[in-house]
Design a protein around this ligand. Structure first.
Ligand SMILES: *[C@@H]1O[C@H](CO)[C@@H](O)[C@H](O)[C@H]1NC(C)=O
Ligand SMILES: *[C@@H]1O[C@H](CO)[C@@H](O)[C@H](O)[C@H]1NC(C)=O
Ligand SMILES: *[C@@H]1O[C@H](CO)[C@@H](O)[C@H](O)[C@H]1NC(C)=O
Length: 559
């Protein structure tokens, strides 16, 4: 590929530059005129299988350690090993003046641990204790995605339960002491130092040994504030958020959580995507295909894992934790996923907006222009229909090039494939399938528009206001549905926002356990059986689908 000398002013220097540095590269003739390798799989009518989970793997892997998606979809499906690097600070708040001698919980932001900095009569009501630790050797942790520390029934703890107890244990939802002890004991044989989970708005680490791999930076006796809540049961959040002095601190905690809302999320734990296990892997866990069938994504759970698949999970987990697998190919998967998301998220949203507001021929031309602009890097000089063509076969190379552009090299280079771990192959496949579906829909609409002459609609002041003919109106309606269908299938959380946008004194908040209400915080009843969050039906405030809303970020919090 040559340098593009894009302006007269730079032509001279550009010419000089190309002469001196450009080395002729032999481009194989096939790469000039992209030829389809397997025309039969590039069928514009072939929709993804109903049981396909590629979009779910793509979205969950792309959302690891990020709040927004994992608050929206509370039931985790991914288990990933990770490390906390040397020098990372970790925080622990308590009413005890001693450093914990058994497994305990720590936060990555002090705003969160301070919530647990409480005073108690046992400590003579003389302030609270806040411990800062520093990591002195890479800590090995296992991360459970989803809202994995939300003490709700309905699936948030499924993946932990299965990891530590081999089955879902709703009766131990609140038994956090047993959970942490059992997890730490189980993890010993793999040299795990802890477990990372998402609770409310922050990431916590269940640290197994406060004397191993961490050192004390400070252990301060702090002022818990005049509204300080008394020390409650272990690892339980304060029972209410009242619009008082504590509220501002609670708000600070929500705010700190918001720093990790979107990609790249919480980066203080380095996740090893090459060794992740996804319960959406239909080859490893076919029993879950059946369990999920007909269920909306909100309700996907792991209860349906059968004995054979449980054995598979345990074996695979042992494999990844003992790192018997290869190191991996070196491909940066999360970046690659976000390259695809960045490329299409906003453009699809605008496409939908344009289709939703198309009433004139001029608007149709605008839609066609937008579609074309999304695809120009794939539209070959020869991509043109014969007159009267209606089967889009001329557009197949555009579809295939669009769909394979990000993965073609990785998937077709044997030396790379040989180094890829099973987890990487799963991620690669999900990127391939997601790219394929986006391109099937976008190229399909664009090619349809070309055949219908949308590129060349003559526009004049009179036609710009004229109503659409019924056929065109039908096509536009169908395109709108196709775009909606694609966006619903992809289900990217970047599209979930507060509408209308929040004011400057507000933030967009996705209600989450245990503060599901935002500013009108209701008292949190103490571990009332009925409140054990069935996750569906019943309590309106624990509805399965969290909907974002604006809450105030400066006083007065309640208006
Ligand atoms: C999807 O899974 C269900 C449940 O296992 C099965 O009955 C159905 O045949 C599958 N459909 C396809 C298209 O594979
Ligand atoms: C589509 O248009 C309708 C009617 O103008 C409007 O109410 C709706 O909010 C629009 N939808 C989107 C997603 O823009
Ligand atoms: C598509 O139409 C062209 C003519 O326009 C024809 O040559 C070709 O065979 C058709 N392809 C299929 C798959 O029907």
């Amino acid at each position: 590929m040559g340098l593009v000398c894009w302006s007269y002013l730079v032509i001279l220097s550009c010419a000089a530059l190309t002469r001196s540095v450009q080395i002729p590269i032999q481009v194989p003739p096939t790469l000039h005129n992209f030829k389809s390798t397997m025309p039969e799989i590039w069928d514009f009518n072939a929709t993804p299988s109903l049981n396909s989970t590629s979009h779910l793997i793509f979205d969950t892997v792309g959302s690891l350690a990020q709040h927004w998606t994992n608050t929206r979809y509370r039931n985790g499906h991914t288990v990933v090993p990770g490390t906390v690097p040397i020098g990372t600070l970790l925080y622990h708040g308590t009413d005890q003046s001693e450093v914990p001698t058994e497994p305990d919980w720590i936060a990555t932001d002090p705003d969160h641990s301070y919530v647990f900095c409480r005073t108690s009569s046992a400590s003579g009501n003389s302030g609270c204790w806040h411990l800062t630790l520093v990591v002195t050797r890479p800590l090995r942790v296992l991360y459970f995605d989803g809202s994995s520390a939300a003490k709700m029934q309905g699936g948030t703890m499924d993946s932990q339960d299965i990891t530590v107890w081999g089955q879902v244990k709703p009766e131990w939802t609140w038994n956090e002491r047993k959970r942490i002890n059992d997890l730490c004991e189980w993890g010993q044989k793999f040299g795990l130092d802890g477990f990372m989970r998402l609770v409310a708005f922050f990431f916590e680490i269940m640290l197994c040994d406060f004397a191993n791999g961490v050192e004390i930076v400070s252990h301060l006796n702090l002022d818990p504030g005049k509204d300080a809540h008394p020390a409650g049961p272990e690892q339980e959040l304060p029972s209410s958020l009242s619009p008082s002095a504590t509220y501002v601190l609670q708000y600070r905690s929500i705010e700190a959580g918001g720093w990790h809302n979107t990609y790249p999320g919480e980066t203080r734990v380095k996740l090893d995507l090459n060794h992740l296990i996804s319960f959406y892997d239909t080859n490893l866990f076919p029993s879950l295909v059946f369990a999920r069938f007909g269920q909306e994504r909100w309700k996907h759970r792991l209860q349906g894992l059968n004995a054979v698949d449980l054995k598979t999970f345990q074996a695979r987990l042992g494999e990844v934790l003992k790192q018997n697998d290869h190191a991996g190919s070196g491909v940066d998967w999360s970046t690659l996923i976000h390259v695809v998301v960045d490329r299409y998220a906003e453009r699809l949203e605008i496409l939908h907006y344009l289709l939703n507001t198309t009433t004139t021929a001029e608007h149709v031309k605008r839609v066609q222009g937008h579609l074309r602009s999304m695809l120009v890097q794939h539209i070959l000089y020869t991509s043109m229909p014969n007159s009267g063509s209606t089967n889009y076969s001329w557009a197949v190379p555009v579809y295939e090039h669009c769909a394979t552009t990000h993965t073609r090299y990785t998937s077709s280079t044997p030396s790379l494939s040989a180094r890829m771990t099973k987890s990487e192959s799963l991620i690669l496949h999900s990127i391939q399938e997601v790219s394929k579906e986006i391109c099937r829909v976008v190229v399909g609409m664009w090619a349809g528009g070309v055949e219908l002459g949308f590129d060349t609609i003559p526009t004049s002041p009179s036609s710009s206001s004229a109503k659409l003919d019924p056929e065109t109106a039908t096509t536009i309606r169908q395109w709108k549905e196709r775009t909606e269908g694609l966006m619903a299938w992809l289900d990217w959380s970047v599209w979930v926002r507060c509408r209308p946008e929040c004011g400057y004194e507000e933030i967009c908040y996705l209600p989450t356990w245990p503060f599901l209400d935002g500013p009108d915080w209701l008292p949190w009843p103490h571990v009332d059986e009925a409140m054990q969050l069935s996750g569906e039906g019943g309590e309106e405030r624990f509805s399965v689908r969290p909907t974002p809303k604006c809450i105030r970020r400066v006083e007065p919090f309640r208006v």
